[in-house]
Design a protein around this ligand. Structure first.
Ligand SMILES: *Cc1c(COP(=O)(O)O)cnc(C)c1O
Length: 390
């Protein structure tokens, strides 16, 4: 079971070193002779040669994530974006083509829309809600399909199995950002995806106190990414990997509680006056409910969004009066957080963004933490009441 894997997957590696892992801060390791030095320097994925090549703490957490994801092996990075850019750059060159989604994490979107085209890589972004959109965009020079499910801001899903099979039949590599669902709810490799990426900063770390990223998949693919990273240098510091290993031990328990609370909160919001649409994959009313059952274990995860009928000003007022939810970026940790995406544009959202992404001015995104569910509902309720009395 996943909770057991989270706790024990790394113990086999270091049986004699204690229940809690040591922290390996050393950046360099000695060799007994020139033969050993040469081996250490040339062996791919070696974690005991020099700090940019890898470190023992990173290997241990990568092993656990790989086991949870049913992958052969894993590689850690300094951040989720480090994992994404390294992975993408490892498999494309000028003249190649990528198919990805219109909606991705904002850093990924920047990579796809601004950076890669400048290097001569062609990118097609498609609506993720139908696999045919991906098939139509695939070309002779398509090397990669990049997926993320569910995705901000409306928690739309991509049918991972369908898209993976379309790509595989054309020899195209597939990558899925599985940060939101976590391996507890969704295991893309079982659905035919080649490489799975996490911002370990979020649910796997789980406590808003580390930044790291990870990619898991076949070792042959990881070797390529690893050698790209020897140049790009996005390395997970030993202590961040150590914290991530501590975090992942409670991942299963935390994700299940995040889901329970989020579902109760989504149900409350659906009936609350002043609230328009509620977007949560765990709700029976979610438009992709069948896909949630098929690939997310029927669970919605810890994130939800909803629209305040009062628009931008209502959103600002609402966030100001929350007492437990904190107005902060990020997600996936023990503390509940709330943001109003439109604030990033100062309320002056381009009309096409509103229409294309459903990013209405009154949209609020909640990252549900581990506080008591009833307390969280009371907090939302009291702030909604204050909207009426403005
Ligand atoms: C946060 C996030 C990232 C980027 O991760 P960092 O650790 O902040 O670099 C990538 N994808 C998703 C879905 C995220 O939520």
């Amino acid at each position: 079971m996943k909770s057991t894997t989270s706790l024990h997957a790394d113990h086999e590696l270091e049986r004699n070193q204690g229940i809690a892992p040591p922290l390996f801060q050393s950046v360099t390791y000695f060799a007994e002779n020139e033969k050993e030095f040469s081996e250490m320097a040339s062996e791919p994925l070696h974690d005991g040669f020099y700090g940019r090549y890898g470190n023992r703490n990173a290997s241990r957490i990568a092993r656990v994530i790989a086991d949870l994801e049913h992958a052969e092996d894993g590689l850690m990075f300094a951040s989720g974006m480090g994992a994404i850019s390294n992975t993408v750059l490892s498999f494309v060159r000028a003249g190649d083509h990528i198919v990805a989604q219109k909606n991705h994490y904002i850093g990924t979107t920047k990579l796809l829309e601004e950076i890669l085209p400048d290097f001569g890589v062609e990118v097609s972004l498609v609506e993720q809600d139908h696999p045919n959109n991906f098939a139509r965009a695939m070309q002779d020079n398509t090397r990669l399909v990049l997926l993320e499910s569910p995705v901000n801001p409306l928690l739309t899903l991509t049918d991972l199995e369908a898209v993976a099979s379309l790509a595989r039949s054309r020899g195209i590599l597939t990558i899925c950002d599985n940060t939101f669902a976590t391996p507890i709810l969704q295991q893309p490799i079982d659905l035919g995806i080649d490489l799975v990426i996490h911002s370990v900063t979020k649910y796997i770390g789980g406590h808003h106190d580390l930044i790291a990223g990870c990619v898991v998949g076949a070792r042959e693919l990881l070797k390529k990414i690893w050698s790209m990273n020897l140049v790009l240098g996005s390395v997970s510091a030993p202590f961040h990997s150590w914290l991530a290993l501590r975090g992942i031990r409670t991942l299963d328990l935390r994700v299940r509680q995040h889901c329970r609370s989020a579902l109760a909160i989504a149900g409350f919001l659906e009936k609350a006056p002043g609230v328009g649409k509620v977007y949560y994959p765990g709700l029976p009313s979610h438009p992709q409910r069948a896909l949630v059952d098929k690939q997310m274990d029927g669970q919605g995860g810890g994130l939800l969004s909803f629209d305040l009928k009062g628009g931008y000003d209502a959103g600002v007022h609402f966030l100001k009066h929350l007492q437990i939810f904190q107005n902060a970026a990020s997600l996936g940790g023990v503390d509940s957080l709330a943001i109003q995406p439109a604030v990033m544009w100062g309320g002056r959202l381009p009309q096409e963004v509103i229409e294309e992404q459903g990013l209405t001015p009154g949209l609020i995104r909640l990252a549900i933490g581990l506080e008591d569910t009833a307390d969280l509902i009371r907090d939302l309720s009291q702030s909604l009441e204050k909207l009426d009395n403005r």
